[in-house]
Design a binder for this molecule. Structure first.
Ligand code: GDP
Length: 193
């Protein structure tokens, strides 16, 4: 696990992201899925990424520097029901241009709430990752909200449906933190995609 995770910069335009060699690990998920809480828990810092009760406000890609070695890339959440057409267009343009650039993207962590069926937006994101050969894993968030048995059957369901590794994660209890760091470390050493 790392020593330091620090906020680096926010970008509203991917052309402003400076070219450099550090690897990138991206995080994506529906608004309110628990992405800020997961990032805070991974970093061991309560206020690194903002958690908010009014989801869908972020129109920025946030970069965090991990041990001066690689970046966490916090992509804005999608699927906020009250988002305007314009908001959605801004989101799509920003995220699509990030993916088009993605020189040093080594892996992506897709967050799915363990209590819910994946939405159409989740499926679109997964289809896109598959079509583009992006190395990804699913973090099943808010794992503390389900009983052990229900959690396990949800995990199996997700693994079967998406044919990828699924890690149950809880920002409250810390379940899955070690496993997720293990995946991240391996991905950072792996090839870009
Ligand atoms: P984001 O919009 O994806 O960044 O989601 P947030 O991290 O802001 O979390 C959204 C809501 O879910 C907040 O009310 C959090 O307190 C709650 N939440 C996030 N992670 C967990 C978790 O692991 N367990 C539980 N019980 N609640 C969580």
């Amino acid at each position: 696990m790392p020593n330091t995770v620090e906020f680096y910069r926010s970008f509203s335009n991917v052309n402003d992201i400076p070219f450099e060699n550090r690897a990138q690990i991206a995080f994506a998920g529906r608004s309110n899925v628990g992405k800020s809480s997961l990032l805070n828990r991974l970093a061991g810092q309560k206020k690194l990424a903002k958690t908010s009760k009014t989801p869908g406000r972020t129109r920025l890609i946030n970069f965090f520097l991990v041990d001066n070695r690689f970046y966490f890339v916090d992509l804005p959440g999608y699927g906020y029901a009250k988002a305007s057409k314009k908001d959605k267009a801004v989101w799509s343009a920003l995220v699509e241009s990030y993916f088009q650039k993605r020189e040093n993207l080594k892996g992506l962590i897709l967050l799915l709430d363990c209590r819910h069926e994946p939405t159409g937006d989740d499926q679109l994101m997964i289809d896109w990752l598959e079509a583009n050969g992006v190395h990804y894993i699913i973090a099943m968030t808010k794992a503390d909200k389900l009983s052990r048995g229900k959690l396990l059957s949800r995990q199996k369901q997700f693994e079967k449906r998406f044919e990828t590794e699924v890690i149950p994660f809880s920002a409250n209890s810390g379940i899955g933190k070690k496993e997720l760091w293990g995946w991240i470390e391996k991905a950072v050493e792996g090839p870009s995609n």
